[in-house]
Every structure is written in structure tokens, then in C-alpha cells.
Design a protein around this ligand. Structure first.
Ligand SMILES: C[C@@](CO)(OP(=O)(O)O)[C@H](O)COP(=O)(O)OP(=O)(O)OC[C@H]1O[C@@H](n2ccc(N)nc2=O)[C@H](O)[C@@H]1O
Ligand SMILES: Nc1ncnc2c1ncn2[C@@H]1O[C@H](COP(=O)(O)OP(=O)(O)O)[C@@H](O)[C@H]1O
Length: 289
């Protein structure tokens, strides 16, 4: 039996770090939403005990370091499952980009293998398991739009933001999430107004969303990789309504409402940026299970 599952990328509309916790993680307040750029996974039961990962992308491990492997293995261990799984990943989300591609693959495996192994776990139960794999996995289990707190795993759903284009540009730079958090100076950051972002989303206020885009991790990534800051400035000049770095970067995304502006931005960026995508916001839970 085979199952196809979609694993969409996320962007952070706002990302605040409140303090460093005693467990080494940072206490966060983030507004996240899914976009229509997705990996596709084909899941199949195996009669033997193995979990096998097939992936064409050389940047993604095809062994037990793969987050999709970790997700299947977690379910297998926790519920004492004897059969194995074959997981084929068609990777469309840029890797190590701040778009949670690996976390979304893990979440898709949790949702998909829940069906194939007939475990009947709820989304809340899957999200709780997801937190054991990575901080962004719980959000990815639900998808849609949400306020994420804690280290990212405490999820409060939000309504979808008004529809718009999201133009994503990923420069050819490798950013380590752990290092970005490590170099963050909490005495210097200007905190986002998370409440204003949440209110704008509830009111369907596109301008309010644009006005409150904010990510404290920009300060670190821009310092070590000034190219990312230049990319953001260029995207503003090309006519974006608003621009922000997603997660720890290096992907920068622009919001635009009008098709002609989206096209101008997309064409302008394709000349010199490594990977450029123009996609729609998804924003609603579970359009993709
Ligand atoms: C920055 C964000 C924003 O959405 O996304 P990405 O840039 O990775 O997409 C997330 O916080 C990343 O989530 P994720 O990539 O799942 O993080 P994890 O694997 O759990 O942690 C990677 C490392 O980041 C640091 N980390 C992560 C989350 C957190 N709340 N505090 C931290 O300090 C820790 O050093 C940890 O070892
Ligand atoms: N299924 C997967 N897809 C992408 N990356 C993965 C996967 N499994 C493990 N990884 C590793 O996780 C790291 C972070 O990848 P990713 O989730 O794409 O980025 P980010 O955390 O910036 O959103 C990469 O260095 C990659 O090697």
C-alpha cells in the first residue's frame, strides 16, 4: 500500500526571542504560516523491519540522520511496530534555508505513517511526538497559520492571512540555526510587536501584516552574511510590499498582492539569486494531508 503526502514549507511572519532557557533552547514567540512550495513524499509499508529513505538530493542524508527517518523510527519504537517503511522524498524546498523543509518532511511522515500503520493518533498527539524530533515539527504537523511559543512546539492556531504572493529568494549560503541562536545578543534586539501581527491576521489586514513583519534573528544572519541584507534591500527596491528573512535564514521572502509586481520582482531576482520561487500563501490547516 502506497500513500502520497505533501510537506509544505513555512515562513515566519514574525519571530521574537524572549530569553535563553536553562535547557539551552530559546523561548520564542513566532507567527508562522505555510506556503505553496512543498516536498512530496511517497510512503510504502515494507514487510521487513527496515526504514529506507530514497532521495535524489545530495544535500539530504539518506540514513538515520534524515528527519523523515527519525519520524518513522519514533512511531515504530513508541508503538512497537514490526513492519518497516520505504520513504521516497521528492525535495522541492531548498535545504537548510529557514523554510523548515526537513521538519515538514518529518511531520508528513508522522501524518502518513499514522494512517499506514493504522495508529489512529490525533494531530495533537502527533504534534507532541513531533516536538521530540525538532522544534518546528509540531507546527508542521498542523500546518496553516499559528502562533508558536515555548521552543516552537506550543501551537495556537490562527486564521489564514489574506491571500497574496510570496516571492522567496535563497542565496547560496549555508546558515547554521544553532550558531545563529548562539550569536544572538538579547540586549540589542528590537522585539517584534507579536500582538499587532496576530491582530492584523485576525482582522484580515494585509497592510497591518506587512507593517509588522519582524524577525530578531535577522540581526545575526545579516552581520555574518551581509549578502542576505543586500538581498532584502534589493527586494524592497524591486517593488515588494514588505520583505523579511525567514527563520534563521538565509531565505528572504517578499509579500506582494498584485500579479504584475510579483512578476517584476521574480524576474528581477532570477538574474542573480541562486533559487527564486513565486508561490501563494497556503495559510489554512490541513489543505495538504
Ligand atoms: C529558527 C527557526 C524558526 O522557525 O527555524 P529554521 O530557521 O530552522 O527554519 C526554528 O526556531 C528552528 O527550529 P528547528 O530547526 O526545528 O530547531 P531544532 O532542530 O529543534 O534546534 C536546532 C538548534 O537551534 C537552537 N534552538 C532552536 C529552537 C529554539 N527555540 N531555541 C534554540 O536555541 C538550538 O541550538 C538547537 O540545537
Ligand atoms: N528530510 C530532510 N530534508 C531537509 N534537510 C534534512 C532532512 N533530514 C535532515 N536534514 C538536515 O537538516 C538540516 C536542516 O534542514 P532544513 O529543515 O531544510 O532547514 P531549516 O532548519 O533551515 O528550515 C540540513 O542540514 C539537512 O542536512
Amino acid at each position: 500500500m502506497k500513500l502520497l503526502v505533501k510537506a509544505p514549507a513555512k515562513i515566519n511572519l514574525s519571530l521574537d526571542v524572549l530569553y535563553k532557557r536553562t535547557d539551552g533552547y530559546h523561548e520564542l514567540e513566532m507567527v508562522m504560516t505555510t506556503v505553496d512550495l512543498a516536498d512530496r513524499l511517497e510512503l510504502e509499508l515494507l514487510n521487513d523491519d527496515r526504514i529506507v529513505i530514497h532521495s535524489q538530493t545530495r544535500f539530504v542524508p539518506d540514513d538515520d540522520r534524515n528527519l523523515a527517518y527519525k519520524a518513522a523510527n519514533l512511531l515504530k519504537d513508541r508503538f512497537n511496530i514490526k513492519s518497516g517503511a520505504s520513504i521516497t522524498i521528492e525535495k522541492n524546498i531548498p535545504v537548510a534555508a529557514g523554510l523548515a523543509g526537513g521538519s515538514s518532511d518529518a511531520a508528513a511522515v508522522l501524518r502518513g505513517m499514522n494512517k499506514l500503520w493504522d495508529l489512529r493518533l490525533t494531530l495533537d498527539e502527533l504534534a507532541e511526538l513531533g516536538a521530540e524530533i525538532g522544534s518546528d515539527v509540531s507546527f508542521c504537523v498542523y500546518g496553516g497559520t499559528a502562533l508558536a511559543k515555548g521552543r516552537g512546539e506550543i501551537i495556537t492556531p490562527l486564521p489564514p492571512p489574506p491571500n497574496c504572493w510570496v516571492v522567496l529568494a535563497k542565496p547560496a549560503i549555508g546558515v547554521s540555526t544553532a550558531e545563529v541562536y548562539e550569536h544572538l545578543n538579547l540586549n540589542e534586539v528590537i522585539h517584534p510587536n507579536t500582538k499587532a501581527m496576530v491582530d492584523a491576521i485576525y482582522q484580515g489586514d494585509y497592510r497591518g501584516i506587512c507593517a509588522n513583519l519582524s524577525n530578531v534573528l535577522e540581526s545575526v544572519t545579516f552581520k555574518y552574511f551581509p549578502k542576505v541584507k543586500h538581498l532584502k534591500d534589493d527586494m524592497k527596491r524591486f517593488g515588494a510590499d514588505a520583505v523579511l528573512m525567514s527563520g534563521s535564514g538565509p531565505t528572504v521572502f517578499a509579500l506582494v498582492q498584485h500579479d504584475s509586481r510579483m512578476q517584476r520582482l521574480y524576474n528581477g531576482l532570477r538574474g542573480y539569486c541562486h533559487q527564486v520561487y513565486a508561490v501563494r500563501l497556503l495559510g489554512k490547516r490541513n489543505e495538504f494531508s
